[in-house]
Ligand binder design. Sequence first.
Ligand code: TRP
Length: 446
Amino acid sequence: MAGSREQWNSKAGFILAAVGSAVGLGNMWRFSYLTAEGGGAAFVMLYIAFTLAVGLPVLLAELTLGRGSGKSPIQALAHFANAASASRAWSVLGAIFVAAGFLILAYYGVIAGWTLRYAGEAVLGFGPDTGALFGRISEGATAFVFHMVFMGLTISIVIGGVGAGIERVSLIAMPALFVLVIGIAGYAATLDGSGAGYAYYLNADLGNALTVPIFVDAAGQAFFSLSLGMGAMLTYASYLSRDDDLPAESAIIATADFGVAFLAGLMVFPLIFAFGLQDDVSGSTVGALFVALPKAFASMGDAGRVVGLLFFLALLVGALTSAISLLEVVVSAAMDGLGWGRVPAALVAGVSITALGAGAAWSTEVLGVMDSVANNLFLVGGGLGLAVFVGWVMPDPIGEARAGGQQGWLGLWLFLLRFAVPVALIFVLWNSVPSTWAQLVALFAG
Ligand code: TRP
């Protein structure tokens, strides 16, 4: 390989970029509608349990593979398979990651496009019929145009490279996002009637929650929100040097990611309940957030224009720093595997992904199926592959994870990776593959 690999300029730069990858539409759009669908606090508790027992171990596994190899996913797996004298076929898992990157970014860009459009609509002021607005902008040529604009932005940042593009944007964008989210949640607390929103969000009704579909959703969400199961965190960690404390950094990333999701709930539910719009959410479609929330902004008058704009800007910033991590997986694979330069890799990958997004821009039903396939099959399956590889195949995972840090809880980590994570994920796959497959068949059958 020619030249030396790009590196982050600082530890804070890496951490904010990784938090930027994690924090995105998943924390605000997806977390809110799944929480509403899953009955409020009970879903949140399951999601926390999955994040701790499954998400965090897989996150550390990805960081360990990336830093230890200094390579993008396909080569990273080949590197450690080789070191263990295991089959080179493990690198196929890396190829699946790249495919997942294509699939996820294609529809993610479409939702980010809606967000961009809504930031503009917020300034103009939302009308009363936000359902019709969502119907107009979420599908068809307009949706595709806004998706293209968003993808253009994403591509241009990735072309800037690791330090000058991704890191520089994250250092500014993430603190700005935190300020916005805290500010809006604080504002929501001042509204009359917000109490019902907190009650719904924070009071667990456990009897309702412990159903298999909600278990599956909580697992998928833990993976999606932490950007796990397709080598995004692995790729970011491949630009690290040896002296990073990976266990500590995993904990920081997971805490920040959960923190923003939790704050998103503290924005969304009080706002929606204060205006009596709960029925618009429990419709449980992907559009719930884009229908109920703008109605609340419309009822607030001029304040709604400002708060609405800030809300959708925060969502957009989160989406952008996540999208660049998705694109970077594909770009780094093309650079390492095909020897391409960064600029052609980013252009070819970015434009192909944009084109693939046409399907999701065409119909929200296609988008929903892409989201289910990506989460329930690719990410959960990818996470299972990663856990088995690091837990059972890779030589000395604890030594690799520990370098630069403390021994800490790494025995527990390995135990979880070997046993708890595979069992939980096989259970999830067992219960989600048939329904995801049925969704796919239904889509193609018309
Ligand atoms: N985690 C991001 C979010 O919550 C989305 C994301 C970025 C992602 N990179 C990923 C999801 C890699 C899965 C895999 O919005």
